[in-house]
Design a protein around this ligand. Structure first.
Ligand SMILES: Nc1ncnc2c1ncn2[C@@H]1O[C@H](COP(=O)(O)OP(=O)(O)OP(=O)(O)O)[C@@H](O)[C@H]1O
Ligand SMILES: [Mg+2]
Length: 275
């Protein structure tokens, strides 16, 4: 079932400005893991902000669970359903203690305190940060802070997480912990995920990859479909995942390898089995 439905979306920041999003038609199904990639300025963040009504379509429509973001009366409901996580964890954490931070969302929903406590404990457990609940956020690593930010959104029990480059400011370890948290939330809770990233390695496990270019959806398909289109990927100023790039070079030098190698383990196994 489609959770997000975008029809003929056009957007510009001001009435005389350039169109930043053009003719975007997109559906995201409930439980789907969608990764959006695209060169700088292709419109990814603008699109993300439209998904919870932070920006409203200039033309066309966005519906979340059948509710249009254009109707002001829907915005409260839509913001509960679509939780946003941004690049900089420091801008998203407000309280001095982790559990207070995570409680902020459910408190705003007006839930009773027992219920808030349950939600906070549950959300911290889901992101693997329960043992840090009495810690001060500013003492945590970037990856831990970002997982706290995700817990804060989760505590609102949204249907969908929209993450705009959540790993951009993290070291490799932090990046890995955030990605495995997002993947786990999708697999174990069935959480719908829209993940925007510049790291192609983060797209290899997506159900679907969407490539944005110049405000349009340029390509759409499974990782296997998208990464097979090597020339188009390059045309949109994107790279292949590192392992796929390596596999391609090995193919060029004469090794008999399939086209859909994105993960190290798979490449190693295939190389070991070559005669
Ligand atoms: N507040 C704004 N006012 C006017 N133009 C804007 C505003 N924010 C973004 N833009 C323009 O809209 C276009 C799309 O920007 P957007 O930030 O959505 O791209 P992006 O794909 O997220 O880029 P990046 O990869 O750098 O994050 C760019 O040309 C940008 O300059
Ligand atoms: Mg952006």
């Amino acid at each position: 079932m489609s959770l997000i439905n975008i029809e003929n979306l056009h957007y510009r920041y001001n009435s005389k400005g350039n169109w930043v999003l053009k003719e975007v038609d997109l559906e995201v199904n409930s439980g789907e893991f969608v990764v959006i990639v695209g060169h700088n300025g292709s419109g990814k963040s603008t699109l993300a902000k439209m998904l919870n009504g932070l920006l409203i379509p200039t033309e066309g429509d966005i519906e979340i669970n059948g509710r249009s973001t254009k109707d002001r009366d829907n915005i409260w409901n839509i913001r509960q359903q679509v939780g946003m996580v941004f690049q900089n964890p420091d801008n998203q954490l407000i309280a001095n203690i982790v559990e207070e931070d995570v409680a902020f969302g459910p408190e705003n929903l007006g839930l009773e305190s027992m219920k808030i406590r349950d939600r906070v404990d549950w959300a911290l457990k889901e992101v693997g940060m329960e043992e840090f609940k009495r810690h001060a956020p500013h003492n945590l690593s970037g990856g831990q802070k970002q997982r706290i930010a995700i817990a804060g959104v989760l505590a609102m029990k949204p249907k969908c997480l929209v993450l705009d480059e959540p790993t951009a400011m993290l070291d490799p370890l932090g990046r890995k912990s955030v990605i495995s948290t997002i993947e786990k939330l999708n697999k174990s809770l069935g959480m719908t995920v829209v993940h925007i990233t510049h790291f192609m390695n983060e797209a290899i496990k997506a159900d679907r990859i969407i490539v944005m270019d110049g405000g349009r959806v340029a390509l759409e398909g499974t990782p296997k479909d998208i990464f097979a289109k090597v020339n188009q990927i390059k045309k949109y100023n994107l790279d292949l995942p590192q392992v796929a790039q390596l596999a391609l070079e090995l193919q060029k030098s004469g090794l008999d390898l399939p086209d859909d190698i994105f993960e190290v383990d798979r490449l190693v196994n295939l190389l070991c089995s070559l005669k």
